[in-house]
Design a protein around this ligand. Structure first.
Ligand code: NAP
Ligand code: ZN
Length: 346
């Protein structure tokens, strides 16, 4: 079927309306009528060419919520009319050790990204800035009742990308967690770490968003532009989750870790980052990375959010406002996720 979409025609060029082809619904597929698509900074990195050449035109969008419109003959997990979500991946081999372990995002044969990736049938995937998508049922999540669809969409990337490392590195009662950068990922990190029972600190460039940060669940808030912050907080945290989309001074953030603490990078700037190994060995510290989360863990995160009344703070926009929204994300002027109402594409 031919559907309306918004696509970047080439690297760094504004997105514009277009139409794209969606495959026929196969026996294991689900056809979703999309209602909402979040704007992730990864969409911007991709279409701006920060991460290398892309198969343009690219329809971004990997924070998708919608309603099931049709299911294939073999699908038992989703029914027509269900509210569902799709995140950053739409396929993986399903057989390798990582897939079998529930870590499909680290598929040894390469997971298939929701857009700008080559699917197993050889076609190029196109993302959620469109009216419909066809996805293998194994990569379709249930959106629990009680989370508004617009507020649920960002959970599919920003939510799971912060939930997974918080769980993996044991955020909870008695732990001190810092979140660097209060944007789309960062504000979810604050809400989730708070709900898990950790003591949460926001490290933002300035104090402009302090009131919001405390309302979202942070216990304290510091400006990284103030050098005293790094003196005052030295050796304090068990876990620092860095969500910044630009390079950071890794050594400065490692110095904030207690003995045995971990600095986990989820931010994915184009530029390589470097560090002084003495920042690690001087405190048995770790520097790690983490990419989204597996499918079962994503469902667990959605259920956790429903249980704790958590959704993203969103600004819902029409599709023709997407280029302006990109500018505002790049200027750190997002409170705290733009979500496209895809009905505006029809
Ligand atoms: P975002 O909404 O733009 O948030 C990033 C925040 O970083 C900004 O709000 C800002 O927070 C801070 N920041 C931006 N530029 C900065 C600079 N030059 N110096 C210091 N701080 C700066 O972006 P996002 O959607 O949350 O994504 C963040 C990063 O995570 C991106 O690189 C994205 O590609 C990556 N990502 C990774 C994964 C994964 O699986 N690992 C998944 C999704 C996204 P303050 O204003 O509070 O300082
Ligand atoms: Zn994303």
């Amino acid at each position: 079927m031919r559907v309306n979409a918004y696509a970047a025609p080439a690297a760094g060029r504004p997105l514009a309306p277009t139409t794209i082809e969606r495959r026929d619904v196969g026996p294991d597929d689900v056809l979703i009528e999309i209602t909402h698509a979040g704007i992730c900074h990864s969409d911007i990195h991709t279409v701006n060419g920060d991460w290398g050449p892309q198969p343009f035109p690219v329809v971004p969008g990997h924070e998708i919520v919608g309603t099931v419109a049709e299911v294939g003959d073999e699908v038992t997990t989703h029914r027509v009319g269900d509210r569902v979500g799709v995140g950053c991946m739409v396929n993986s081999c399903g057989r390798c050790a990582n897939c079998r372990n529930g870590d499909e995002q680290y598929c040894l044969n390469g997971m298939v990204g929701t857009y700008a990736a080559t699917d197993r049938d050889g076609t190029t995937t196109q993302g959620g800035y469109s009216t419909h998508v066809v996805v293998d049922a194994g990569f379709v999540l249930r959106v629990p009742d009680g989370i508004d669809s617009a507020a649920a969409a960002p959970l599919l990337c920003a939510g799971i990308t912060t939930y997974s490392p918080l769980r993996h590195w044991g955020a909870g009662p008695g732990t001190k967690v810092a979140v660097v950068g209060l944007g789309g990922l960062g504000h979810m990190g604050v809400k989730l770490a708070h709900a898990m029972g950790a003591e949460v600190t926001v490290l933002s460039q300035s104090l402009k968003k302090q009131e919001d940060g405390l309302r979202l669940g942070a216990d304290s808030y510091f400006a990284t532009s103030d050098p005293d912050t790094f003196t005052e907080l030295a050796g304090r945290f068990d876990l620092v989750v860095n969500t910044v989309s630009a390079p950071i001074d890794v050594d400065a953030y490692l110095s904030l870790l207690a003995v045995g603490g971990a600095l986990v990078n989820v931010g994915a700037p184009a530029e390589p980052l470097s560090l002084n190994v003495f920042s690690l060995i001087g405190g048995r510290r770790s520097y790690a990375g983490s990419m989204i989360g597996g499918i079962a863990e994503t469902q667990e995160m959605l259920d956790f959010c429903a249980e704790h009344g958590i959704g993203a703070e969103v600004e819902v926009i029409a599709a023709d406002a997407v280029n302006e929204a990109y500018e505002r994300v790049l200027a750190s002027d997002v409170r705290y996720r733009f979500v496209i109402e895809t009905a505006t594409l029809r």
